[in-house]
Design a protein. Sequence first.
Length: 425
Amino acid sequence: MRDVLIAGARLLDPASDLDAPGDLLVRGGLILDHGPSLSRPEGAEIVEAHGACLAPGLVDLRAAIGEPGAEHRETIASAAAAAVAGGITTLCVLPDTDPALDDPALVQFVLRRGEATGSMTLLPYAAATKHCEGREIAEYGLLLEAGAVAFTDGRRAIGHARTMRLALSYARAFGRMVVQHPEEPGLAAGGAATEGELATRLGLPGIPAAAEAMMVQRDIALARLTGGHVHFAHVSTAAALDLIRAAKAEGLAVTCDTAPPYFDLNETAIGDYRTYAKLSPPLRPEADRLAVVAALQDGTIDAVASDHQPHDADDKRLPFAQAEAGGAGLATLLGVTLARVHGGDLPLLQALGLLTARPAGLLGLPIGRLAKGAAADLVLFELDRGWQVKAGALPGKAQNSPFDGRALEGRVIGTWKAGRRVYTA
């Protein structure tokens, strides 16, 4: 493998607060050096960045993939194509596939399929309960040995309190977290939009926003009881964030992430029954969106994840209440997050930290940083380059983007995995 010198870039590393012009040299798939005016090794491939931003490859904490069982929606290969186009080099995938990832052999299958893409690292979550059904705890030790990184039932909440207590206790014994979909199942059943004036006007069955806070409050109590680490996914309401903020101040092992729709869109995006904007959890009123932005600013939210949920046209071309919930998010993860930078809500390094070093820290992995000797997983992007999200023209199979038609600034022009270029705009 030839040396690669990326010259004339704006080097950005949230882990070390680096924001400076310079070059970066890759040798043998690792970052050999970075800094101003590096010498150009003989025979090296020279990539002229022309001032574009060079950052660690993104670490996406949460994505659903159709494989195994729903390859018509998305395959690992098609998800990899979408991920690298969005600058993602490490992708954590949910276990609620068909069959669920509750068997070590299935975890190893996903790992091998990820390696086979040659363009990204796929990190599988293991099912917290057998078949992700919320009843019987899975075999945590064997699943970790097979390569799982944490435990979750994916898009299903672990609704039974005793089961969640056991999950937190067992995961704590292995030093891992349990990732919860924070939504009280009984209150959410049959709902399609956040309960309130808009849902009533549209005649849609509502999900009370309190369903999220209720589950968060219960699981914080269980974290206090067990000493286990609970991580709340795609948090979307002010009430839940207030509870998480207080739990962190108490010193409990409580963390959370959110996804771009919850700080970029509000419930009005469902418009006249726009099913691409039907998500789980549903989009919230503007006051909740602003609360999510505030929680990004003050550090209550630990990471931003794509929350990629692929669906084909047949899943979405239905009456709103019957359509599947979820949106494609891999290719737009960076661009929508950068909208908060352009809008003045977040400094650039803080925003990138939510996509790189901070999610890597939750997983306990030495990735998501521009450190000498680290794997050369990199993204090169033009901060001010405009583009428009167009469903039907996105990379990968899944086109069900809630941001369809959205104008963004910040375009990925190159992605490297272990020093090998895997995407060129």
